[in-house]
Every structure is written in structure tokens, then in C-alpha cells.
Design a protein around this ligand. Structure first.
Ligand SMILES: C[S@@+](CC[C@H](N)C(=O)[O-])C[C@H]1O[C@@H](n2cnc3c(N)ncnc32)[C@H](O)[C@@H]1O
Length: 383
């Protein structure tokens, strides 16, 4: 595969001969074949002819970066951000927002079709041009103390350009370098903007979604896109159509974003969350709901034996078979599964289908502009 090295196995750093890259895969890399071996290529577009600089060589596959574009896709653009090539944050800056949505659509469709037998025929819904959306940032210090962002798959800090980080909302995009040695957390909340080292942070900030106010730990989880809390809450309510008096579970509930909406709809709400700080805040944020702190798989048995509707919003690793089977044992009439990883979603949907539920609808949302990440919402109902 390589152009150098003492044996036939190439090593990281080597350049390949020109290769035509294939389809986009989960993770935002295009799949290429070099001497029969699979290479996942960052910053490529399907169909392009490129040379690849290998960054990691494993026994069964390799990873690489586009070194030179020999035949560019008509979709390729010059990344607007000058550090896009090195920064680990944005891997889709070489595509416009509509073109990147199309690639995300292909990834979602491939995963759901292949793993869950579901034909996704929707679009990835977009809300912006990919910039100015992120309300939470963690900046790291370079050797000279200046602030920057982590490089791709590396601990190296890439210095921020003068105009700052383009995906961050304006107030936190270009923080002034303050004295200090540690990382800097930035949050643009409804209660105001904070930019500080962890030890200097206030304990909480306040967010607002419609009429509901949420206290959130200043460095804790909150949906990062400025519009995501509202968009996802509306989508979940639309999917579940909760009825007054119904028992509703909000699993992986954080500080109670979906629990609040279900409680407003008149449901008897139970929330479960592993982060104890978040659950203490959820109790304050949604007075009418009951919350349990703990691992969802282990805590579910303490919840009622029947549920009308369930929201699942697990981390990237997904909910897992134990959680899906315990949820389905409650025979909810509808489940809304909010997912930031479509591969984990597809795997969990396949489990739900095996256990007698059907995938009624899937929506996908471009809430991570200029990156390969995509948010999805699947609705499940008894088959
Ligand atoms: C994607 S966030 C969603 C939070 C919330 N639904 C929201 O929208 O703000 C996932 C949440 O799951 C929690 N979590 C991760 N693994 C967990 C587990 N095994 N059991 C319980 N909670 C977990 C995390 O602390 C995090 O708050």
C-alpha cells in the first residue's frame, strides 16, 4: 500500500499513490481501498481522486488524511476556518451545509437500512449555515499559554485564529487569553456568558426553553446547539403525543429537559440520570416529576411496571440491550429515542424490532454543523 518502508506494511506518515475514494462511512471518513486494504480517509468527498497521508495503520484497516486532491468533487470548497485542517472539531468544513447534510443522510440511511432493516427516506433537517451554533466550548492551553482547540485524535493544542472558533456562538468564540494554566470553559446561557477556568466557574447557569427555566451545572451537559433544546423537545412531543395522566419515563434525563415538557403535558413523569449533580438540579427544575439517580439499566426496575410513553436520550454508546428490553417490558405505546450516534441508534432499534416493536418514523437533525455528527429521533411503537 505504501511508497516506502522496509517491509510491505506501510507506516503512519507515508503517502499513498492516487486513489479514488468510495462512499462516506460512519464517523465522517470516506472509505478507500489501497492494495486491497481499507483506509478511512478524513477530509475526502466520495468520488474524489486523492493521495492519502496515512495517520494510523492497524492490522485490519488504516486511517489517513487527504494529502493532495487530484480530481476534486464539485462539492469541495475551501474551508472557511484557517485551522480546519488541524483542529479536531470540524471535519466537514470542506463542504457547504447542504452538501454535508446529504452525506449525513447517506450515513443515517446506510446504518438504519443495514442494521435495523429500516428504509430512511427523510432529509437531515438544517437550521443554519453550520456556523455560530455552539453554546458550550472547552478551550485548551498551548505551550505559550494561549488558548486553542485539541487537534484531531491528538493531545496537541491548535491555536485559535484571531477571529476565534467559527462554530461557537459569538460571545464565546474568541475568548481573551487570561492568565492561568488550565483549560477554559465557556458557556453562553440564557443567564449570561461565562468564560473561566473550572475552579473559577459559578456552580450553575440558567437556560430557558419556552416558559421553562433549567438550572444546569456550568460545566455540565446541556444540548450544545443553541436551538437544540427547543427543536428536540418539540420533536419528542410531536412523536409521543403525551396524554394527561399517562406515565412517562425520561431516561438519561440530564437536568430534566424532556421531563419538563412531559410534565407540562400532564404526564406522571419519572426521570433517571447517572450524574448526581444533574439529578439534584432536575428535581429543582421539574418540581412535579420524580427523579432517581443511578445507572439506567440498574435503576429501571425501581420504576412502575407499566409506562405510556418513554424518552430515551443516551450518550454516544447508546442505551444497550438491557435498557431496551426493560423499557419494552413496560409495553409503552410510544418510545422516542433521541440519538447523537446513528450507529448506536441502529443497533438499539434492531434490538427493539427483535423484541416486538416497529420503527414508526425517523427524523435527523443537523445540530452539529461543519462536523460529521448528526442527531436523530426514532419513534418506536408496538408492532
Ligand atoms: C445526551 S445526554 C442527554 C441529557 C438530557 N436528556 C438532555 O437533553 O439535556 C445523556 C445523559 O445520560 C447520562 N448518562 C450516561 N450514561 C448513563 C447511564 N448509564 N445511566 C444513567 N445516565 C447516564 C449523562 O450523564 C447525560 O446526562
Amino acid at each position: 500500500m505504501g511508497t516506502g518502508g522496509s517491509d510491505d506494511r506501510p507506516s503512519a506518515g507515508e503517502l499513498t499513490a492516487p486513489v479514488r475514494v468510495g462512499p462516506i462511512a460512519h464517523g465522517g471518513h470516506c472509505v478507500a481501498r489501497v492494495d486491497g486494504a481499507v483506509v478511512f480517509v478524513r477530509h475526502a468527498i466520495p468520488g474524489e481522486l486523492v493521495t492519502i497521508r496515512l495517520t494510523q495503520v492497524r492490522s485490519r484497516f488504516a486511517r489517513g488524511e487527504v494529502a493532495e486532491v487530484i480530481e476534486a468533487s464539485p462539492q469541495r470548497r475551501t474551508p472557511p476556518c484557517p485551522i480546519a485542517a488541524e483542529c479536531g472539531g470540524c471535519d466537514f468544513q470542506h463542504l457547504s451545509a447542504p452538501d454535508s447534510r446529504e452525506l449525513k443522510r447517506q450515513v443515517v440511511a446506510e446504518l438504519l437500512g443495514h442494521q435495523a432493516g429500516y428504509a430512511f427516506d427523510g432529509e437531515v433537517e438544517g437550521f443554519d449555515d453550520g456556523f455560530g451554533w455552539r453554546t458550550r466550548m472547552r478551550y485548551h492551553r498551548g505551550a505559550d499559554g494561549s488558548l486553542g482547540l485539541r487537534g484531531s485524535r491528538s493531545e496537541q493544542v491548535v491555536a485559535l485564529p484571531a477571529e476565534g472558533c467559527r462554530i461557537a456562538v459569538a460571545g464565546i468564540a474568541a475568548p481573551a487569553t487570561a492568565p492561568g494554566r488550565g483549560p477554559v470553559i465557556a458557556a453562553a446561557a440564557a443567564s449570561g456568558t461565562i468564560i473561566a477556568e473550572p475552579a473559577e466557574l459559578p456552580s450553575t447557569v440558567t437556560e430557558q426553553v419556552g416558559e421553562n427555566r433549567f438550572e444546569v451545572a456550568a460545566d455540565g451537559f446541556w444540548q450544545p446547539h443553541r436551538l437544540a433544546p427547543r427543536i428536540l423537545t418539540e420533536a419528542v412531543l410531536d412523536a409521543l403525543q403525551p396524554a394527561p395522566g399517562e406515565i412517562a419515563f425520561d431516561l438519561f434525563c440530564g437536568v430534566g429537559l424532556f421531563a419538563a415538557a412531559l410534565s407540562d403535558a400532564g404526564c406522571q413523569v419519572w426521570g433517571v440520570e447517572g450524574d448526581r449533580r444533574a439529578i439534584d438540579l432536575a428535581r429543582r427544575n421539574v418540581a412535579g416529576a420524580r427523579f432517581l439517580a443511578g445507572d439506567v439499566a440498574r435503576t429501571l426496575r425501581r420504576l412502575p411496571e407499566r409506562a405510556g410513553v418513554v424518552v430515551l436520550d443516551p450518550p454516544r454508546s447508546g442505551a444497550g440491550r438491557q435498557v431496551i428490553s426493560q423499557v419494552i417490558a413496560r409495553r409503552p405505546r410510544a418510545i422516542a429515542y433521541v440519538a447523537c450516534d446513528p450507529a448506536a441508534l441502529a443497533r438499539d432499534l434492531a434490538t427493539a424490532v427483535q423484541l416486538g416493536y416497529r420503527i414508526d418514523a425517523v427524523r435527523a437533525f443537523d445540530l452539529f454543523g461543519t462536523t460529521h455528527h448528526v442527531e436523530s429521533l426514532a419513534t418506536l411503537r408496538p408492532a
